[in-house]
Design a protein around this ligand. Structure first.
Ligand code: FES
Ligand SMILES: [Fe+2]
Length: 357
């Protein structure tokens, strides 16, 4: 048996709303955004209602009542964690089943289709709520340092930008733009050529490693004359399809490890939310230094977004013949390969199948 789309040809482009993205994990919101009061969040061109029940459970559902499609995010949650629609007062339990229809006479049964439309999977990790609308075809991203008590975590404010999740992922993996886009923050003007780096693929994830020179303007040892401004650092990129990236930076001269996460949520065809956090083991627990680090990262992202938000066409080519690639684009070529596999591994529930024989 083969999927019909494979017979007709493999997808050439990925946009923010490709149907395969329903089989990916996406960050819906930060954990601390959830309270008893239902709130709406956009994902893949649809609105989802989310709230936290009194028992601490995170509930997510399509923000449409099955009765007359009123927005459930305008409703309320009671002390048992049931969600009440604001329009005709139907109530739904934490499993999404309708349990009360006030307008029905006593004894009338509740229709089985009086059910919330729930995502296939929900997980909370690193202070974020991840959802997969259909059975996930790629794993959740991992951040090993999150379990290490020597690291402190700082969350950037959630950023919303015009853009394409695939292109923002591409930009996060790209190192050739550092001297041009980031000269005001960390780009070392002398380091233009991209050094060789190794890419290790594992199913719908990969890891890429290399070392480079950079201007360490954050190192107090530079001001004290202990170390030169130009220093070496090792970069380890970890990518998990479709749009989860982490960068681990080991400072080989100044010491310490920084981890930056970049989880991209496609809201609609032209808008993406960026969830970024930092893990640092070199700040001696200082909240002020973490705030400075967050401000620095925000300045870096702002430099990137000047270009990323201005693309005329918001599509990522998956066919490697559509763009010009060089050896320096090793990681971003791998991104396209993994995403092409992700897209073609996805089997929509209603896919027409035909026999190979
Ligand atoms: S629309 Fe929700 S109860 Fe009628
Ligand atoms: Fe950048």
């Amino acid at each position: 048996m083969v999927e019909l789309s494979r017979v007709l040809g493999v997808e050439q482009f990925l946009d923010n709303l490709h149907s395969s993205l329903r089989g990916g994990w996406h960050v819906l919101c930060r954990s601390n955004e959830l309270t008893l009061q239902p709130v709406a969040f956009s994902l893949l061109n649809a609105s989802y209602v989310a709230y936290r029940s009194p028992s601490g459970k995170c509930i997510v559902a399509r923000d449409q009542c099955p009765h007359r499609r009123a927005r459930l995010s305008l409703g309320s949650c009671d002390h048992e964690g049931t969600l009440q629609c604001p329009y005709h007062g139907w109530r739904f339990n934490q499993d999404g089943n309708g349990i009360e229809i006030p307008s029905l006479q006593d004894g009338s049964s509740i229709p089985p289709r009086a059910r919330l439309d729930l995502p296939s999977a929900i997980e909370e990790r690193f202070g974020m709520v991840f959802v997969a609308l259909e059975d996930p075809i790629a794993p959740l991203p991992a951040v090993m340092e999150d379990d290490d008590p020597s690291f402190m975590r700082g969350d950037l404010p959630v950023l919303t930008t015009r853009g394409l999740a695939g292109l923002l992922a591409d930009n996060f993996l790209d190192v050739a733009h550092f001297p041009f886009v980031h000269s005001a923050t960390f780009g070392a003007e002398t380091e233009v050529a991209v050094p060789n780096f190794e890419v290790e693929r594992d199913a719908l994830t990969f890891t890429a490693r290399h070392q480079h020179w950079f201007s360490n303007r954050e190192d107090p040892g530079v001001a004290l004359g202990i170390r030169p401004l130009l220093q070496q650092r090792a970069l380890t990129y970890r990518y998990t399809a479709p749009f989860h990236l982490t960068l681990t930076i080991d400072f080989l001269d100044a010491g310490g490890t920084n981890v930056i996460s970049f989880f991209l949520t496609p809201e609609n065809a032209t808008t993406v939310r960026i969830y970024s956090s930092l893990w640092r083991n070199d700040l001696e627990g200082s909240a002020d230094r973490m705030r400075e680090a967050i401000d620095f990262e925000l300045a870096v992202i702002e430099e990137d977004l000047l270009i990323q938000s201005s693309y005329e066409e918001l599509v990522l080519p998956l066919d490697l013949t559509s763009e010009v690639h060089t050896k320096a684009d090793r990681t971003t070529i791998e991104l396209r390969r993994v995403l092409a596999d992700f897209v073609n591994r996805y089997l929509p529930p209603s896919t027409v199948r035909i026999s190979e024989s």
